[in-house]
Design a protein around this ligand. Structure first.
Ligand code: ATP
Ligand code: MG
Length: 445
């Protein structure tokens, strides 16, 4: 089993100015190839530290993948540092130089002398072509002797690298689009060929209405498995269990994961809302369509967020009827017919007003379902009785013409430690989940 290490070069990454998405991409791609990634390192544009990180990586990993520092400017140092580690001279690659010159000519420009640097490679290294940019990378298989000569301490030996060099270095530019293109066209196929260690297949099972630790506890016996593996992840007011299996082919891996997925499905009950690319809103939308129901919304503190999430989905006109953002008391009266006396008696943030808002939009729209939300998103506006984070969500459902609709209310106490946008987002989740539960299993509401 081969081990890879990702080494991202760039001071901007250390300063937090740029998010290291290249590591994420590379890590996922390595997992698909079944190559283990034990270390991910970020180092600034400093030659001594880059060389030290390279030496360390070469001592403990078969495959060292770098990102960044291939450009023409003085702070682009990766290739020179690699050459330096092996005391190898930098030589011009004539084909690359011709290619870069041609690139400039085709844009009617003269190549600045600094770009010549991008055509240099350490003697002995091959060019890793870049199908979309000017700077190619290098691919450099390194033998055991070269490693010893460079005085790199390396006790680590891959167990089954019959097909592969002792070590290999692959370099990529930092620009994410270029890195991805190079990966899929050149590096990915190279690694798949030389390190054929099977593949990983995984599925995410998404839950709502249960915390990460409760979910982990519920399936604790599965978290100990080694293949397939099950890992819990916290999301934005939801959590997921990722089941991953490793096998020679994707299909074998999928089959190996299946019994565990089935066990989680049957043990989860209504907290399991979807998988992989499903979102809460897409699941709710599908349920509304399959049940032939339409919905309307009366939103106060969520300011239209629930409506936005539902109407972001293509085809939302099949289930979406109408929506009103009724922020002020007057709006609640005027557009939703909420009785002023109800507001005066219970306050705008109350169970009674939430239900009245829901009934108001249901009657006006004649849709099948209505969601209404009223609450205090903060940071100001809270009182002892009605603190920040207090939200009422009402789901009102028509039964039959002339009959009083059914209503369900949830009181949320989200606390003052989460900010305004999180209060709104979480409220939207709770509201959408009420619709889901109503359509799936009303008794769970
Ligand atoms: P260039 O020819 O553009 O100089 P380069 O290979 O020298 O390319 P860098 O200069 O290190 O790459 O980075 C170019 C840009 O790519 C950075 O400004 C940054 O926006 C982005 N970038 C660099 N590293 C990463 C990373 N690990 N994840 C995401 N984006 C990155
Ligand atoms: Mg650069």
């Amino acid at each position: 089993m081969a081990i890879a290490e990702i080494l991202c070069v760039g001071t901007e990454l250390l300063l937090g100015d740029v998010l290291d998405t290249n590591s994420q991409f590379l890590a996922r791609e390595l997992a698909v190839l079944g190559i283990d990634c034990y270390y991910r390192v970020v180092v600034g544009d400093n030659p001594e530290r880059i060389k030290s990180a390279l030496r360390q990586a070469l001592g403990r990993s078969d495959i060292v993948i770098t990102s960044g520092g291939l450009g023409p400017t003085a702070d682009d140092l990766t290739t020179e540092c690699i050459a330096d580690v092996f005391a190898s001279p930098m030589v011009v690659d004539p084909e690359t130089l011709a290619f870069i010159e041609e690139l400039f000519r085709s844009r009617n420009l003269v190549m600045p002398p600094s770009n010549r640097k991008q055509a240099m490679r350490p003697q002995g290294a091959d060019i890793l072509p870049n199908p979309v940019g000017s700077a190619p990378g290098i691919i450099w298989p390194i033998g055991k002797e070269a490693l010893q000569k460079a005085a790199i301490a390396s006790e680590y030996v891959a167990q089954d690298s019959v097909n592969a060099p002792y070590r290999v270095i692959l370099t990529f530019p930092g620009v994410p689009g270029e890195l991805k293109a190079m990966w899929s066209e050149t590096a990915g196929p190279y690694l798949a060929k030389h390190y054929p260690s099977g593949t990983i297949w995984s599925k995410e099972l998404k839950h709502i209405g249960i915390g990460e630790s409760a979910l982990a506890e519920k399936f604790s016996h599965l978290l100990e498995l080694s293949n397939p593996t099950v890992a819990p992840y916290a999301g934005r007011w939801e959590c997921r269990l990722r089941v991953s299996a490793k096998a020679a082919t994707r299909e074998e891996a999928r089959l190996a994961a299946q019994p565990v997925i089935d066990e989680i499905r049957s043990g989860s009950g209504v907290t399991l809302y979807g998988e992989d690319d499903d979102t809460l809103e897409s699941v709710v939308a599908n349920l509304l369509v399959s049940n032939g129901k339409t919905i309307s919304l009366a939103e106060s503190c969520t300011g239209g967020l629930i409506t936005e999430r539902l109407t972001d989905l293509p085809g939302s006109s099949r289930f979406m009827h109408s929506a009103v953002v009724a922020y002020s008391n007057e709006a609640k009266e005027k557009f939703l017919g909420v009785d002023q006396s109800v507001i005066n008696k219970y306050g705008a943030v109350s169970e009674e007003v939430a239900v009245a808002m829901g009934k108001g939009i249901l009657a006006a729209s004649e849709s099948d379902l209505a969601l209404a939300v009223t609450g205090i998103a903060g940071p100001g506006g809270g009182t002892e009785d009605k603190p920040v984070g207090l939200v009422y969500v009402a789901l009102v459902a028509s039964v039959s013409p002339g009959k009083e609709p059914l209503s369900f209310v949830r009181k949320l106490l989200l606390g003052s430690r989460i900010n305004r946008s999180e209060v709104r987002y979480r409220t939207a989740n709770e509201a959408l989940n009420m619709v889901r539960l109503f359509l799936l299993e009303p008794s769970s509401l």
